[in-house]
Design a protein around this ligand. Structure first.
Ligand SMILES: NC(=O)C1=CN([C@@H]2O[C@H](COP(=O)(O)OP(=O)(O)OC[C@H]3O[C@@H](n4cnc5c(N)ncnc54)[C@H](O)[C@@H]3O)[C@@H](O)[C@H]2O)C=CC1
Ligand SMILES: O=C(CO)COP(=O)(O)O
Length: 449
């Protein structure tokens, strides 16, 4: 008969299944009972033998938890060790600080020094936050936002606020300006930040391509896949500009615009096939409150950033349906696996998917209410229709369009993606959230891969 060690809630939950299947090994001192009544049966609870095999410890943790008679005289020794340990930790920290200082002393600052103008395509939430961030690096730098709306343009130039839809409480630096004229915006720019939603990026860029210098580095911040073509931004930008050599960098990671605007500590990653360009953009963007890592894994960063938005919708649905924390954790873990399966088949590195653009952004958007994609899911899970949700939103939720593209990609690469497919079916109004959950729970119990 199997031995169940521990008498807490987890053990009780296991026993509820079939108490007769277990012998219970009870761990004092927290539950000084000798018997437990479950399902009408009285179970005998045994004191653990001493010492107990660690293999038997199922549901208690913490040093000495299973040894109530741990000798008092050992305590001073632990305290001695504590002092030594604190010293070791201090030395390790000091080493880190020295390493960091020497690294910083070697860090180049010439990129910011020689940058005179940055153009930001897109005057929405993230475009505005990034414009303010870069402008904050050097007052003499001109940061020019290309926007569509004349009122927004006037507001930025005359009052230094982009307050029509975004950031009514955040004054922009004096060196942020706006224009509705693409030629003026792009003329003489050293870098271009692309922050236009993915689905309209291609037509938008085709319309301004005649003003784009073929050597102008494009830094893409848009996260998603184009619905019918399944293209990522690293494909959309050079194709729309008809220049396969347009310098390209993708910038991604956990970064809500509002927190960047408030200068809260944030970390992102830049990825480019051109290592020098990645390093240059890293220098351009890094600041005391924004850490920028670099990578060469463009496809990994792009796919992670696009798919996390679909997973965030799923997380919102779970929240909206009140399915609990166990369900949320299981769903997000499964979603992470699905993203890894697809992305690695497309050539992404597994390490990218556990980094800032993968796990980092998944944690942020799946678990934090500021996410618009999660909010879409939450409202779907609470019973609202997608049409009502979309028509009441004044900002983009990229996961809605990307969901359809993901399923086509999954088919192309022959990857099973139950959670992300369920999101696409719910968005297409072909499945209710409740049926989706029942069907997902009924899938075969398979080996973890
Ligand atoms: N807001 C955030 O916290 C973050 C957003 N992003 C990504 O940045 C991209 C943009 O997002 P937001 O700025 O937040 O969106 P938003 O909805 O706040 O703004 C979108 C901007 O794009 C413009 N736009 C829309 N359609 C257009 C078209 N056809 N042609 C030209 N411009 C058009 C709008 O006028 C608006 O200025 C998205 O791909 C998003 O995933 C990435 C990280 C963080
Ligand atoms: O990508 C984001 C943060 O990293 C923003 O997420 P949402 O588009 O869901 O708000």
């Amino acid at each position: 008969m199997p031995l169940l060690v521990g008498g807490g809630a987890m053990a009780a939950a296991v026993l509820v299944g079939d108490p007769s299947l277990f012998n219970v090994l009870f761990c004092p001192p927290s539950m000084p009972r000798r018997s437990l009544s479950l399902g009408g049966k009285n179970l005998m609870l045994h004191q653990p033998p001493k010492p107990i095999s660690p293999r038997l410890i199922l549901c208690r943790s913490g040093a000495g938890a299973l040894d109530p008679a741990a000798p008092e005289k050992e305590i001073p020794k632990v305290r001695e060790g504590g002092r030594d340990q604190r010293k070791a930790v201090r030395i390790a920290w000091e080493k880190l600080v020295r390493w960091s200082r020497s690294w910083r002393s070697k860090a180049k600052t010439d990129v910011v020094e020689r940058t005179k103008k940055v153009v930001v395509l897109g005057g929405g939430s993230f475009g505005t936050a990034m414009a303010a961030h870069i402008a904050g690096k050097k007052a003499e730098m001109e940061v020019l936002m290309l926007v569509r709306d004349e009122d927004v343009c006037r507001g930025i130039n005359e009052t230094h606020f982009n307050s029509r839809k975004y950031f009514p409480n955040h004054m922009l630096p004096e060196n942020v300006f706006a224009t509705t004229n693409a030629r003026d915006a792009l003329l003489g720019a050293d870098f271009c930040l692309h922050v236009v939603p993915v689905q309209c990026s291609s037509s938008f860029l085709e319309g301004i391509s005649q003003h784009v210098d073929p050597k102008l580095p494009f830094i893409s911040l848009s996260k998603g896949l184009e619905l019918n073509t399944l293209r990522t931004m690293s494909q959309i930008i050079p194709q729309a500009l008809r220049n396969p050599r347009q310098p390209f960098v993708v910038l991604s990671g956990p970064s809500f615009a509002v927190e960047l605007m408030r200068k809260l500590p944030t970390a992102m990653v830049v990825a480019s096939k051109d290592k020098n360009l990645a390093g240059t953009v890293q220098q351009l963007l890094a600041s005391p409150h924004l850490r920028i890592s670099s990578s060469s894994d463009v496809i990994g960063v792009e796919i992670a950033g696009a798919l996390k938005n679909v997973l965030a919708i799923a997380a919102g649905i779970v929240e909206g349906m009140n399915l609990g924390n166990n369900c949320m954790a299981a769903l997000v873990a499964q979603g992470c696996s699905e993203i890894r399966w697809l992305a690695t088949k497309m050539g992404a590195k597994a390490t990218t998917l556990t980094g800032l653009s993968g796990s980092g952004d998944i944690m942020l958007t799946c678990f934090v209410n500021l996410s618009r994609n999660r909010t879409v899911g939450l409202r779907l899970g609470s019973g609202e229709s997608l049409d009502d949700i979309i028509s009441s939103m004044n900002q983009v939720a990229e996961g809605v369009s990307t969901a359809g593209a993901v399923i086509a990609l999954a088919e192309k690469y022959n990857v099973k993606m139950p959670v992300l497919t369920a999101v696409a079916r719910i968005i297409d109004n072909e499945l209710t959230p409740k049926t989706a959950v029942l069907e997902l729970m009924g899938l075969p119990q398979v080996e973890e891969v």
